[in-house]
Design a protein around this ligand. Structure first.
Ligand code: SAM
Length: 312
């Protein structure tokens, strides 16, 4: 049903995002400062910094110690303390970037061409943070479901698993996990693997090849919406080739036709990719069946939609 209460400008996200982009927050984290000092530090306009700082104080991100601005304890925890309950890191910056693309939707509708987001290292960092933040809660349940509670002695291929959230969940069940992701993502994420047992990262393009295996589980978390029918059919065939008969493929994604979120997310993929989208259960069933899988099932696990099938 149309919902006019959803017609709101995400002001808090836009203010906070701008404070990150201009370096306001980072500057204050390391050195509490007056408005004038802060404006000087980040080469910005004093009046603008004052207005935005006042809003950030009102929203609970900043506080004043005398005349000096500093982060509140809540903001410090939210942004910088992974142990804190309210920790998000900078994952919200991915949403901030997404807004930049979404405002070009009229042009995308007219031309049919996407407005992909910039890829630079800063945005890889935000994208990884966003993906791992959104998967954090559901990943243990999804991993447990895919491995039927026990990963000991099992080998998992995590295709496009760069954020490592699912890989860590599989590894905590005793599985050995091979994560394939793009070279720039593997380069950025490798330092986060230090001291982690049971996970290896391999740089590559899953449209070209998958690691040879054999694996007990091929896990495709939120990758099928990035590409179109041709790439997904080919990816499923490649996954079948690295699994022995009876072994499982699991696809986590929005399934079109089962909820409004899948249709809306399809618009996100229209804006950001040339042929990505969300796909129906019938499409997945046909593509998986033709690639050599049987027994396709759709389950809701940990707030995610998970399609599973077995190699014939
Ligand atoms: C939407 S994220 C999903 C991340 C994670 N699997 C999850 O479910 O939270 C898609 C991931 O696939 C990776 N990716 C996209 N295209 C790829 C390709 N052609 N080859 C390898 N990895 C790719 C991205 O770098 C990113 O890490």
């Amino acid at each position: 049903m149309p919902d006019e209460t959803a017609f709101v400008v995400p002001q808090e996200l836009l203010i906070l995002g701008a404070a990150v982009k201009t370096g306001m927050l980072e500057a204050i984290k390391y050195k509490p400062a007056t408005v004038e000092e802060l404006a000087g530090e980040i080469s910005a306009d004093v009046r603008a910094v004052w207005v935005v700082a006042e809003a950030l104080i009102a929203l609970g991100y900043l506080t004043k110690q005398g005349e000096k601005l500093r982060l509140t304890k809540e903001a410090e925890d939210m942004l910088y303390n992974p142990e804190a309950q309210n920790y998000t890191g900078f994952s919200f910056m991915h949403r901030y970037n997404v807004i930049n693309s979404w405002v070009h939707l009229p042009e995308v509708i007219r031309t049919g061409r996407p407005r992909p987001r910039e890829k630079g290292p800063e945005n890889i960092k935000y994208f990884m943070a966003a993906m791992s933040h959104s998967a954090r809660q559901g990943a243990p349940a999804v991993a447990g479901f895919c491995l039927e509670g026990d990963g000991k002695g099992k080998k998992v291929l995590d295709v496009g698993g760069g954020p490592l959230t699912y890989a860590r969940a599989f590894a905590s069940l005793g599985a050995r996990v091979t994560v394939l992701d793009l070279p720039e993502v593997v380069e950025y994420m490798t330092p986060f693997l230090e001291g982690t047992e049971g996970i290896e990262m391999i740089p590559g393009d899953f449209n070209l090849a998958l690691p040879p295996g054999p694996f007990d589980l091929a896990f495709l978390g939120n990758v099928c919406h990035i590409y179109g029918e041709h790439e997904n059919r080919e990816l499923f065939k490649k996954a079948a080739a690295v699994l022995a008969p009876g072994k499982k493929i699991a696809v986590v994604d929005f399934v079109r036709g089962t909820n409004p979120a899948a249709a809306v997310f399809g618009v996100n993929m229209l804006i950001s990719t040339s042929n990505g989208g969300t796909w129906t259960f019938e499409q997945y069933s046909a593509w998986l069946g033709d690639a050599g899988f049987e027994g396709v099932e759709l389950s809701e696990v940990g707030g995610r939609q998970v399609l599973t099938a077995k190699k014939r």
